[in-house]
Write a protein that binds this ligand. Structure first.
Ligand code: IMP
Ligand code: MG
Length: 183
């Protein structure tokens, strides 16, 4: 996403539903190609990915990849608000066996990189392969070295909500990704 001078305003649309849909479809087609003929377990990191997963799995199916399994884990790194960042805490075990399977970890945003790095490192040994797809990447916020294998959009260092993502648990239902707003 290109740099701009004007400050972002809360409530402003950063990425429209149309652009999101187009990009998710493009990436699904790539993933479907890469995993053709292989088994695959898609693991979403809750809660921010529930909308993305609904779209991604249907796009994969339409692109011809039909036999993947879907699981979720819960990882939390923000307390209330957007400032109190802690180390990610994985609170739920996944209900699907990942041993000797190809795994695709899906997250809404990669920010410091700690969540995905921690989760992937803890699962890597038992899987056959493990890759990651994130919809948004805030590259300038990275604190650990981490590059997703697939990503939707690079965004600047702004707080966003919508398309499943929240500000203090609110705003997940917006079809567009907007600049975060408190109510
Ligand atoms: P990381 O461990 O710092 O990479 O944090 C990634 C997690 O922080 C994501 O899974 C999101 O849940 C959350 N997060 C980071 N930035 C935002 C944002 O702008 N809006 C909503 N959630 C965010
Ligand atoms: Mg998250």
């Amino acid at each position: 996403m290109e740099k701009r001078i004007k400050p972002y305003k809360p409530g402003e649309t950063l990425i429209s539903q149309h652009r999101i849909q187009k990009r998710v479809r493009e990436i699904a087609q790539r993933i479907a190609q890469d995993y053709r003929g292989k088994d695959l377990v898609i693991v979403g990191i809750m809660k921010g990915t529930y909308v993305l997963l609904a779209d991604l799995t249907r796009e994969l199916y339409s692109a011809g990849l039909k036999t993947f399994l879907v699981g979720f884990i819960t990882a939390k790194s923000y307390g209330s608000g957007t400032v109190s960042k802690k180390d990610p805490n994985i609170t739920d075990q996944i209900d699907i066996e990942l041993k000797n399977r190809n795994v695709l970890m899906v997250d809404d945003i990669v920010d410091t990189g700690k969540t995905l790095k921690t989760v992937i490192e803890s699962l890597k040994k038992k899987t056959l392969s493990i890759r990651s797809f994130v919809l948004l990447s805030k590259d300038e916020r990275r604190e650990v070295s981490f590059e997703p294998d697939y990503y939707g959009f690079k965004i600047p260092n702004v707080w966003v909500q919508g398309y499943g993502m929240d500000t203090d648990e609110k705003g997940r239902g917006n079809r567009d990704i907007i600049i975060g707003e408190y109510e």
